[in-house]
Design a protein around this ligand. Structure first.
Ligand code: GSH
Length: 201
């Protein structure tokens, strides 16, 4: 498999999951401004949406969308227990987190990071995100991971968002459960390996 990614982007989430699963893959970095891979391939031809992540499977087919990719990867290695089996309610709670992270956090950050977003609207987005992180904080009370006792694909996705929150200098003061969770996640060998491979440490 090949993972098309950009350092620190949302592709870090499937990157972490690939390493948590112990799957064999090649990391291919993409210049998102030029839409060209580090191997000088036209990225539009790989993902017509021009976005990372994209996962190339061994048969040459391409899977896009982080939420779909992490589920696919976790289902390849059910023994790693990154996603509960189909039919179990825990699976759908995990998917609820993936959906929340993708639609509520990720897209709000994208608007915040855009240079042409007006400053007064950026203030609205920051306040919205800080409110959402307070919700995450409440959800993490007395829990090791979002789903309780097990690290899941949802934790991998949330990790990227908290890194972005730090980069955007959002006010996360007092969110001690989130801070402890971030520290725990950062210490996982797969997370360290992914950060290293993306040149982030
Ligand atoms: N819905 C997509 C969104 C992916 C996305 O927004 N990727 C960003 C990086 S975090 C990107 O490639 N941006 C470049 C662009 O949109 O041109 C997913 O979750 O995989």
């Amino acid at each position: 498999m090949k993972l098309f990614c950009k350092a620190g982007a949302c592709s870090l989430s499937p990157h972490i999951v690939l390493r948590e699963c112990g799957l064999d893959f090649t990391q291919v970095n993409v210049d998102l401004t030029q839409k060209v891979t580090e191997r000088s391939e036209d990225y539009w031809l790989i993902n017509p949406k021009g976005q990372v992540p994209a996962l190339e499977l061994d048969d040459g087919s391409i899977l896009t969308e982080s939420v779909a990719i992490v589920q696919y990867l976790a289902d390849l290695k059910p023994d790693r227990q990154l996603l509960a089996p189909p039919g179990s309610l825990t699976r759908y709670h995990t998917l609820a987190w993936l959906s929340f992270i993708s639609s509520e956090l990720h897209k709000t950050f994208i608007a915040l990071f855009q240079s042409d977003t007006p400053e007064d609207y950026k203030a609205v987005l920051r306040a919205r995100l800080e409110q959402q992180f307070r919700y995450v904080e409440r959800s993490l009370q007395d829990k090791q991971w979002l789903m309780g006792l097990r690290f899941s694909v949802a934790d991998a996705s949330l990790y990227v968002m908290v890194r972005w929150a730090q980069a955007a200098q959002l006010d996360l003061a007092g969110l001690t459960a989130l801070e402890a969770w971030f520290h725990r996640t950062s210490q996982r060998p797969a997370v360290q390996a992914a950060l290293n491979a993306e040149g982030l440490v």
